[in-house]
Ligand binder design. Sequence first.
Ligand SMILES: Cc1cc2nc3c(=O)[nH]c(=O)nc-3n(C[C@H](O)[C@H](O)[C@H](O)COP(=O)(O)OP(=O)(O)OC[C@H]3O[C@@H](n4cnc5c(N)ncnc54)[C@H](O)[C@@H]3O)c2cc1C
Length: 297
Amino acid sequence: MTLLDRAIARTLPLVPKGIVRRVANRYIAGETVDEALDVVAGLNQGGIRATLDILGEHIHNLDQARRAATGYVGLLDEIARRKLDANISIKLTQLGLKVDPPTCFDLTTQLIGHANELKNFVRIDMEDSSCTTDTLQIYRQLRRDHSNVGVVIQAYLRRTVNDVCALEDLRPNYRLCKGVYVEPREVSYRDMRVINRNYAYILEKLLRNGSYVGIATHDELMVWEAFRIIRDLRLPPTAYEFQMLLGVDEQLRDIIRAAGHHLRVYIPFGRDWYAYSVRRLRENPRLAGYVFKAMLK
Ligand SMILES: Cc1cc2nc3c(=O)[nH]c(=O)nc-3n(C[C@H](O)[C@H](O)[C@H](O)COP(=O)(O)OP(=O)(O)OC[C@H]3O[C@@H](n4cnc5c(N)ncnc54)[C@H](O)[C@@H]3O)c2cc1C
C-alpha cells in the first residue's frame, strides 16, 4: 500500500457512505436474494461454484439472530428451487454467538439440518479472535450429528497450528484463509512472510491429513504453493477447491480454472453491506485510486 492508500484506509469511516457503496459495488451482489442468485447463475454457467453470505454480523438481540437464520433458510430453499451450485457461509455472531451461545448453537443446528435435507452444505466463517475458541467448540459439537458443515481457519493466528492439530480426529472440511481482522501482535503474525509460510505449512498438513480444503486466496504465491502440494501429494481435484472473493482478480480465477481445478466464488449480498465493504476496501492496494475516481464522478 502507498502512503496515500494507507491514509485513505484510515479515514474510510469519514468517506460518505454513497461513495463507499459505489466503490464497493464490485464486491457485493446487490441487496436481494434474486440479485445474488442471478450472479450465482452467471458464475455457474461458467463452471464456477458459489458460496453465499447474507451480510450482517454482531447483532444485538435474538430476534435479529432468528431473522438472520430465517433468511438463510429461505436462501437455501431458493438455491434448491433454482438448482444452483451454491452453498452458504454464515457468521456465528450474526446468529447470536455474543448474545446467547445456546440459541446460536440451536439456530445453527437447525440451519445445518435444513441444508442437509436439501443436500447442501454450511460453512462457518471465522471472525475476529474473540470468537475463535467458541466457534471451534461449536463446530466440534455440530460435527457430532452433522457432516455437512465446515469451518474456516486463519493462517495469521499464532494459535491456528494447534487448533488444527486438536481437530485432526474430525478431519474437518476447512476453508483456509490468511485472516482479515486487525489483531494484536501477540495473537496474530504481522510479517506477511511468516503468514505465507504458515499458510503453506498448514495447507500441506490439512491435505496430508485427508481434510477437504477450500484454498481461499488471491495471492499467486499461495496458489503456487497449493499447486506444488497438490502435485506432490498427487491429489485429485475432488480433494480440494480454490476459493476467491467476488470482484477480486478474475484473471487469476481463470488461470486456476484453466489448470483444471475447481473454484468457488464467495458472494456477499444484503442490506448490511457497509462493514464488509470497508473491510474489503481496506485491504485493496488500489484503494486510493478507486475512492478518488468515485469522488470525481
Ligand atoms: C473465499 C474467501 C473467504 C474468506 N473468508 C474469510 C473468513 O471467514 N475470515 C477471515 O478472517 N477472512 C476471510 N477471507 C479473507 C482473507 O482472510 C484475506 O484477508 C483476503 O483473502 C486477502 O488475502 P489473500 O490470501 O488474498 O492475500 P493478500 O496477500 O492479502 O493478497 C494477495 C493479492 O490479492 C489482492 N487482493 C487481496 N484482497 C483484495 C481486494 N479486496 N481487492 C482487490 N485485490 C485484493 C492483493 O492486491 C494482492 O495482490 C476470505 C477470503 C476468501 C478468498
